[in-house]
Design a protein around this ligand. Structure first.
Ligand SMILES: [Zn+2]
Length: 601
């Protein structure tokens, strides 16, 4: 007998508690306190209620919960004294059939872990898809997490405990995130294509118009057709475009008054050694929605156009947002002559990919905004916020404004032994001083960020005072005005530092992007969708740039973020998200579609 929410909502308190037995290891108090918030509108709401209970508990209570867990592949497993739930989980991860060597290795890691943190290592071994992590991944995770600070690791254990409870709850309710699992599998499948060298190392890298990139495009075409899109094709810059037609209008309309189109999508290229979800999630989620519509034989009063953008990351050529830029009419003709690291021009790469490689063909990709309702984009957060708050979804308020500089500080190279401290013109120390100022200045805003991500002393040597220091500056803030103020202060400080230290300076602005605030009505639709799922609403700016930023120039846009695991790490193979969160995201997207449909009635 599987449990239903209605049963849980209507059960007497003692009975309700019994129904939730075993979710949190030897800790029924979490479910008990959460049950005070009945009735629950959804499983997601129940999960969040339990998260909130634990978040408000004392550190001692949190530690007691962590300590109530058995060690992975530890003595309790070997002596078969685990709870039924733990046995099932350790079994699914293959931990119950470790070789003696593996067992010894894991137990040594456990001992090191407990010596460092004072509590056992906790990992949701059934993993992001609920089907079990491979043993080697579990071992690599213990090794990696041994390096975390203690407070961070305690919080990470609690997040894994919530994930364990989520899976146990799904089991109790006989709930399987079937659509989320399918979307999760699509990512896994697409990730089998990777550029040479990276592929050999098992890393994911798909840069513009390489063979792996074209294979991805081919896969997307096949999958879009299978989902039931009416028109699927690859355009002149390599974007994969699928259109699901609107319902036919009951009566013939005058020319130009046909149904409008909702534009959505994201990119399928990756950074070098990137993650599987960055960009691709924003293509697959709406594809899953179209698949559902098609399976139900449903047409909406508007068309849905899903674009898998060919290029966003600017890895092979210095041309970020090339894919979405082609739709807004911002393809820079000079890009065609740009060469990659092997001297292949973009024009030749396009021809090799069977694309026309002419400005005329690219020009016609520009969309007429009057034919569109707007643009929405789903993306993995690529940051730690949702993960830390234990929230699956976040609604984006604005994509941050940014500006970037490549700079050089020019001092005087001199002997490290003979140049007294008060006679030096140390270029690296000047930049170091700026780095500390930039950190303080951005922190003072609360939501601005400043980064010196590149800092080198070209031709430097251990016994020479740095004569030159090359560095980058990346400044971002939620509004243009805030970004400009940040930029003004940091550049003024930089000039003052250089002046005081007798250092010369060159600055080259390499990028400037305006903030892209979400269109209020579109943001509200995402908010309605999230709320309807029983998920608490969290609004947040986007610190990263996205394709939505380009589309913002020509039509209203709004984005939805999905939580990333491992502190939201991105542009990294550890990037991850659960199939449960993907399922919620598909449901949110479907809800948004239904809202627009009902507005058309
Ligand atoms: Zn992205």
């Amino acid at each position: 007998m599987t449990l239903t929410l209605q049963q849980l909502n209507s059960a007497a308190p003692a009975e309700a508690l019994r129904l939730l037995d075993g979710l949190y290891e030897h800790s029924p108090w979490i479910a008990e306190q959460a049950l005070a918030q009945r009735p629950f509108a959804s499983l997601a709401a129940l999960k969040h209620a339990m998260v909130t209970v634990l978040a408000h508990a004392s550190v001692d209570a949190q530690l007691a919960l962590i300590r109530a867990h058995p060690e992975l592949a530890g003595k309790a497993m070997v002596s078969q004294s685990l709870t039924a739930e733990s046995t099932n989980e350790q079994q699914k991860a293959g931990l119950t059939n470790c070789t003696p060597e593996e067992l010894t290795h894991i137990q040594q890691l456990n001992a090191r872990y407990i010596a460092r943190f004072g509590f056992p290592f906790i990992l949701a071994v059934r993993g992001p898809r609920g089907t079990g992590l491979p043993k080697r991944e579990i071992i690599a995770t213990v090794e990696r997490r041994l390096g975390n600070p203690v407070d961070f690791e305690r919080a990470e254990c609690l997040r894994h405990i919530h994930r364990i409870a989520e899976i146990r709850l799904n089991d109790k309710f006989g709930f399987e995130p079937a659509v989320g699992n399918e979307v999760w599998d699509w990512h896994e499948d697409l990730a089998r294509h990777s550029d040479p060298e990276f592929a050999e190392r098992g890393e994911l890298t798909v840069t513009y118009l390489t063979d792996a990139h074209r294979a991805c495009a081919g896969d997307l075409v096949v999958r879009m057709r299978a989902c039931g899109f009416d028109k699927v094709g690859i355009d002149a810059v390599g974007n994969v475009v699928g259109v699901y037609n609107a319902a036919p209008h009951p009566s013939p309309l005058p020319e130009g008054e046909g149904a409008k189109t909702l534009l959505t999508g994201s990119h399928f290229d990756t950074v070098r050694n990137g993650g599987k979800y960055d960009g691709r999630l924003g293509i697959f989620v709406p594809m899953a929605c179209v698949k559902q519509l098609h399976a139900a034989g449903r047409r909406l009063p508007f068309a849905i156009e899903v674009v898998g953008f060919a290029e966003e990351e600017g890895q092979r050529y210095k041309a970020t947002f090339l894919g979405s830029g082609a739709l807004t009419g911002h393809f820079n003709p000079a890009w065609l002559d740009q060469q990659d690291a092997d001297g292949v021009t973009m024009r030749d790469a396009m021809r090799h990919a069977g694309l026309p490689a002419t400005l005329e063909a690219i020009g016609v990709l520009q969309r007429d905004p009057s034919k569109y309702l707007g643009f929405v984009e789903v993306h993995i957060e690529q940051g730690p916020v949702l993960n830390e708050m234990d929230l699956p979804l976040g609604v984006v308020t604005s994509i941050n404004a940014s500006v970037r500089y490549q700079c050089a500080a020019i001092g005087m190279a001199s002997h490290a032994g003979t140049t007294p401290m008060n006679r030096r013109r140390d270029a690296a120390s000047a930049v170091a001083e700026l780095a500390l100022y930039a950190e303080q200045r951005a922190s003072a805003d609360g939501d601005s960020v400043a980064t010196i991500g590149m800092l080198q002393v070209p031709g430097g040597s251990i016994n020479v005072v740095p004569g030159r220091c090359l560095f980058s500056l990346d400044l971002r803030a939620p509004s243009n005005a805030q970004r400009d103020a940040l930029e003004r202060d940091i550049l003024a400080q930089l000039r003052a530092i250089c002046e005081r230290r007798g250092i010369g300076l060159t600055l080259e602005e390499t990028m400037r992007a305006a903030a892209a605030p979400s269109a209020p009505d579109w943001q509200a639709r995402w908010e309605n969708a999230v709320t309807a799922l029983g998920v608490p609403l969290h609004r947040m700016p986007s610190g990263a740039g996205h394709d939505a930023m380009k589309l913002h120039e020509v039509m209203p846009q709004a984005m939805l973020f999905v939580r990333g695991l491992n502190s939201g790490i991105s542009h990294n193979p550890l990037e991850s998200t659960t199939s449960d969160d993907m399922e919620l995201c598909v449901n949110a997207f479907s809800h948004l579609l239904d809202q627009i449909a009902s507005e058309h009635r």
